[in-house]
Design a protein around this ligand. Sequence first.
Ligand code: ZN
Length: 281
Amino acid sequence: MRDLDGHPELCAINTATLGFTAPISEVIEAVARHGFGGIAPWRREVEGHDVKRIALLIRDTKLKVTGYCRSTFIPAATDKEFRASIEDNKRAIADAAILGAENFVMVVGGLAPGSRDLAAARRQVAEATAELLVQGKAHGVKIALEPLHPVYAADRSCLSTIDEALDLCDRLAPASEKMLGVCLDVYHIWWDPALERAIDRAKERILSFHVCDWLLETKDVLNDRGMMGDGVIDIRAIRAMVEKSRYRGLVEVEIFSVANWWRRPIEDTLKVCRERLASCC
Ligand code: ZN
C-alpha cells in the first residue's frame, strides 16, 4: 500500500471540504501551496464564471483535476424534465473537459418528485448514463458513478451499492474502454457487508476514491461528515482494499461539515487534512 505520510501529492482536495467560503482562485492557490496533487471543483464554483480562466489557473499550479462535481439529478416526473437534466449534464461534461477533469462525478438522484417508483428512477438513471457516456467519450471525460449510502435513496441517489453501480457499468460499457466506472467514497460504502468482494470486483472500474469519516453521533447525514480519524470508519483498511484492486489515483478528501470544518479558515482545514491523510488514511 502506498505511504501517504509526507506524500500529499498522492492526495487531492475536493473543494466542498473548504465550505465554498473562498473564491475558487484562492482555493486553487491554497490547495497547491499545501502540496496536494489534485483538486476536485464543484459546478457552483465554475458555472457562470470564466471556465477557461479557471482551467488555466489550475493548469498553472500543476494540480490534477480528479473530478468535476457533480451531475444534476436524473429521475424526473416528466419526459421534458428528464431531457432537461440530461442536457444540463451534457453541458457540465463539456465544462469538465475544459477544466481537464479526469472524471465527471455522477450523483444520480433519488425518486422523481412525487413518485414512489424506485425501479423507474433506476431505469431513468440507466438510460441517462448511457447517453452521458457518449458525451463523456466525445470529450475525453470519464463517467464516475458514485453510489451513495442507502439513507439517501429517496432524495439523492437510487444507486446505493458498489455492486449495483458495477452492474450498471457492465451493462453499458466494457471495463477495457476505461470510460465508465465508479467513485468510491468511504462515507457511503463502509457499512456494506459485501465491501471487500465488491471492491475486488471493481478493479479498473475504480475511477476515484473519497475519504472523510462517519461520526458516531452524526447530527445530519448530509452536512455533518467527520474529518478522517474523528469517526468510526477504518479508512486505512478500505484504502488497502482499493489499492489491492489496483487503484493508483489520488486519495481525495471530501468533507461536508456545515457546523464544524466549514466554519474554520481554509488554511487550518487544509493543514489538518494533510496531517490526517498521513496518520489516519
Ligand atoms: Zn464523495
